[in-house]
Design a protein around this ligand. Sequence first.
Ligand code: S3P
Length: 428
Amino acid sequence: MIKTVSGAGSLKGSLQLPPDKSISQRAAIFSLLYDGKSRIRNYSQAQDPQSTLRCVQQLGAIVKEDSGDLIIEGKGRDGLVEPKQDLDCGNSGTAMRLLSGVLVGAGISAKLIGDASLCGRTMTRIIEPLEAMGAHILARNSAYAPLFINRVEPLRPMEFELPVPSAQLKSCILLAGLFGEEVTRVIETLPSRDHTERLLNLHQQWENGKKIISASIADEIPEQSYTIPGDFSAAAFWLVAGAIQNNAEMLIENVGLNPTRSALLDILGDMGADLIIENERMEGAEPVGDIKVKGSDLKAVEIDPKMIPNCIDELPILAVAMLFAEGTSVISGAEELRHKETDRIMAMSKMLKAVGANFEEQEDGLIIHGDPEFTFQSAEFESFHDHRIAMASAVLSLKGKGESKIKDAESAAVSYPTFWEDLEKMMN
Ligand code: S3P
């Protein structure tokens, strides 16, 4: 599907975001492991969380709806069943990596499949440690899905220092560890999103600046009854759209504000964006609030590479903000972007090139020479079937003088099914 987006005079109004993708997926998986019923309010209708929900059902969870809430009945860690069919993770790396950990821990054989994008993403980072824990995993070319998971040996505990700051990898090993008699420890140097630790209430300690998270069968799985907050990564598109648009004034309600996710707020703040956070509160284990954004003059920023894991999904839209900021902005230390739904550094470069931006692509990021007066007539954007590239291109299109086209626009539904309607609403 191709979407046409014209330049916006202003953006005004208030918005409710789609429920958080990462938290929804964890809520489903952790409910499967809980022995009893969990009531999840505001579960995401987006494609990734729906793929996860179907997999969780195939593994034995009973899922019902009650007044719009999901009731997920799990049978506990010893109650999982072998799936009769392949587990289809669709486009979701989180589903494939977290479920692999569960399968290895539970000693359940299964085949995990996914779409073309997911089958092109390396799974080596989970295969090696899971095999060290006693699994035997057959992968295409030893690295890619489909994955056949088998545990042929007794589960061994792990002391695992994360080689990349990935929440999916961290969660995968902890989930396998939750089935072990002895304690598995994951050591994290750069903090990545901590929803797994929070929602499972896992033991955490800090030593020499590193975080050590522990998991074993002795950990009780808590009931997963809470309201899923609005997705910060979805809010990011509106925060940037508002910041770069003169006359913009938007209120984004019920936004997840987990500090391991929200580095974009600090970065936009450093750039001079006009953001006000109100009504801060806790929703279960997660902080939430409302954010007001107004158009303002932005200045360039160099992102501290240590912050990259805390804004990893927001970098495509941040590149758009940098384009309209005075001076030269730098994204570095972000080679992980090359392993996302598509090679996002390549995709961001193509997006910037489509409007004639002044920038340089680096192996681990981008250098963007911004200009508050930057303008373009119209552009044709490739999304590379990547939801975040499609939505970032749409926000960039709002700054064009004419009409721009965005290819594969339907990919937004992977995380944000109502994105295109919300965009129209904000432009009116
Ligand atoms: C996610 C972790 C991140 C992020 C992805 C969701 C998660 O991936 O990019 O969109 O839910 O744990 P990595 O762990 O590979 O960095």
